[in-house]
Write a protein that binds this ligand. Structure first.
Ligand SMILES: [Zn+2]
Ligand SMILES: [Zn+2]
Length: 286
């Protein structure tokens, strides 16, 4: 008597062996070829891109090397079922970005060659590897002091996009009064962040300064770069004080600020003239 699959009823044949009462297709569906976690977490170094797997740091020079490491990691993680012989896997994944990885499993289910794909969610956890920790000494070399007149959606989007784009080089994004202090591991990035702010808003005032001068163990003088980015995103109704006189903002088109004083007189100020004396301005809400 011919054996048949108890699930779909297909009869046994040379290409369709019945394994534990199931055809290969139903076996994969019901028993599965491998047991696997639904999700995994992989640590990585946000500076050099090294990965931490099974508690050990592995340094990679290229995406191919990273792929090898990730495949070795998954090979150790997957537990083949009794009847399945795992021969190889091929993992498709997005490096350093939380996303599902497609693991193509190759092997033999009894004598039948099988190729089957399973998905595992990969979360990447950024940190510093011991080598890079030594190099940066845990300290940051620049601080962006991002300030603005009005906290709005555009500001929020900007901070989020900066945090994402420069993730590897940001030590911390710290919310402070009227803004954010963004601590950067590399001072050269301040220019790119300033340019990004200027692309988004015309009315931006930038001031650079140096502080926290220290001597390194080799006797070199190092200082921290502070870059203040002030975004003048005035909105109608803002209440500002210029040289002691209070005004209400009538309108702002990104260049010209139209102000009304207490007697109802209207004046027009270019943002560049404003920013030169910005420290004299006190901006608040009525
Ligand atoms: Zn079947
Ligand atoms: Zn590293």
């Amino acid at each position: 008597m011919k054996k048949f699959c108890v699930n779909c009823g297909v009869e046994e044949s040379e290409s369709t062996p019945i394994i534990k009462g199931l055809c290969p297709r139903c076996y994969i569906e019901i028993k599965g070829l491998v047991t696997r976690p639904r999700s995994v977490e992989i640590g990585y170094c946000r500076i050099c891109g090294g990965v931490r797997v099974h508690g050990k740091w592995i340094y990679v020079q290229s995406l191919e090397e990273l792929k090898d490491v990730i495949e070795d990691f998954f090979i150790e993680l997957l537990k083949p079922s009794e009847e399945f012989t795992l021969e190889d896997i091929d993992v498709t994944f997005t490096p350093y970005e939380d996303s599902p990885a497609a693991i193509n499993i190759l092997g033999k289910l009894e004598e039948v060659k099988i190729s089957h794909t399973v998905m595992v969610m990969v979360s990447w956890r950024a940190s510093l590897c011991p080598l890079c920790k030594k190099i940066v000494g845990g300290s940051h070399s620049a601080v962006i002091q991002l300030r603005y007149v009005n906290a709005d959606r555009e500001i929020e989007d900007f901070v989020n996009s900066i945090a994402k784009e420069f993730e590897k080089w940001i030590k911390e994004v710290k919310p402070v009064k009227n803004g954010y202090d963004i601590q950067l591991l590399d001072a050269s990035l301040t220019k790119r962040i300033v340019e990004a702010a200027k692309r988004k808003w015309r009315a931006v005032k930038v001031v650079e300064s140096h502080g926290d001068v220290k001597r390194t163990s080799s006797g070199q003088r190092v200082s921290r770069l502070y870059v203040s980015i002030r975004i003048l995103n005035f909105k109608a109704g803002d209440y500002i004080i210029i040289s002691g006189i209070p005004y209400t903002v009538e309108s702002f088109d990104g260049t010209w600020l139209v102000l009304r004083d207490g007697s109802g007189n209207i004046s027009k100020v270019h943002f560049a003239d404003l920013s030169r004396n910005l420290s004299k301005y006190r901006i608040g809400k009525r």
